[in-house]
Design a protein around this ligand. Structure first.
Ligand code: ATP
Length: 248
């Protein structure tokens, strides 16, 4: 059966401060039930693409000046982030944004409010998050600001899950984390994808790890998609090997 497309980014251009052209016609699509990786080096435009989708560019003086973005065939250009969350799309920002003065559990609870779910349902979702992230259960009473970088990343993902998203836009989950933790977090992402059916669009500089866990990848360079394909094909591609996987 054909896979359903959830998110469709069609030839978007993004300009910062009215002059700096950062995305020069980016197109990509995110199918239901997939893990889609958006790859590329520092400054390639990964974060900008995710922020364009969740309408977070305005505060950065950025603007989508061309192209279109739709979710389930409906344009999302006029939706603010909370309206997008209601549609099932949530972004986990780069740098693990947790509320430092709240406990892990309080942080997770803030993720449920956007949804207006009942208490029973929230308790069930909290249990679901703790099942995927046993470390968060252990640390649930700890103030987030005093937990490790890996735990804060988990907390940011867990909080997003509390809105019961259909699609998570995950920005650079590996940033600043030791390799073993990166494996752990990607493993959980894979489990969430397989068992809960959550779709992911994952921006990553760590091509190696991302292509092992994703189904499909797009490679961005200077604001353009220069290559895309199934993850296993990209991993075998000689150019990808040479320029992104550090082996030829
Ligand atoms: P990183 O991994 O560093 O986040 P990235 O691929 O996510 O890289 P972006 O953060 O999207 O890249 O940045 C793409 C380009 O846009 C960079 O050249 C960056 O300097 C520029 N840029 C990002 N934000 C702004 C802004 N608010 N104003 C002007 N230029 C910006």
């Amino acid at each position: 059966e054909p896979t359903e497309t959830l998110l469709e980014v069609n030839n978007i251009e993004v300009i910062y401060n009215h002059v700096i052209l950062v995305l020069k016609g980016v197109s990509l699509s995110v199918p239901k039930g997939g893990i889609t990786a958006l790859l590329g080096g520092n400054g390639a435009g990964k974060t900008t693409t995710l922020k364009a989708i969740s309408n977070l560019l305005h505060s950065e003086r950025g603007e989508v000046t061309k192209g279109s973005i739709s979710y389930r065939n409906a344009p999302v250009a006029d939706l603010n982030p909370s309206a997008l969350v209601k549609k099932g799309v949530i972004q986990v920002m780069e740098g693990r944004h947790c509320f430092e003065h709240l406990t892990i559990e309080e942080n997770l609870m803030t993720g449920a409010y956007t949804r207006g779910a009942g208490r029973g349902e929230i308790a069930k979702d909290l249990e679901m998050v703790y099942e995927y992230f046993p470390r968060l259960r252990e640390r649930r009473k700890s103030q987030a600001g005093y937990t490790s970088g890996g735990e804060q990343q988990m907390c940011a993902i867990g909080r997003a899950l509390m809105s019961r998203p259909e699609t998570v836009l995950l920005d650079e989950p590996s940033m600043g984390l030791a390799p073993q933790l990166v494996e752990e977090i990607f493993g959980i992402v894979k489990d969430l994808n397989e068992r809960e059916g959550v779709s992911f669009l994952l921006a990553e500089q760590n091509t190696n790890v991302a292509l092992r866990f994703a189904h499909y990848g797009y490679i961005l360079e200077s604001g353009r998609v220069v290559m895309d394909g199934p993850a296993d094909e990209l991993r075998e591609n000689p150019d990808v090997k040479e320029f992104y996987l550090g082996m030829s």
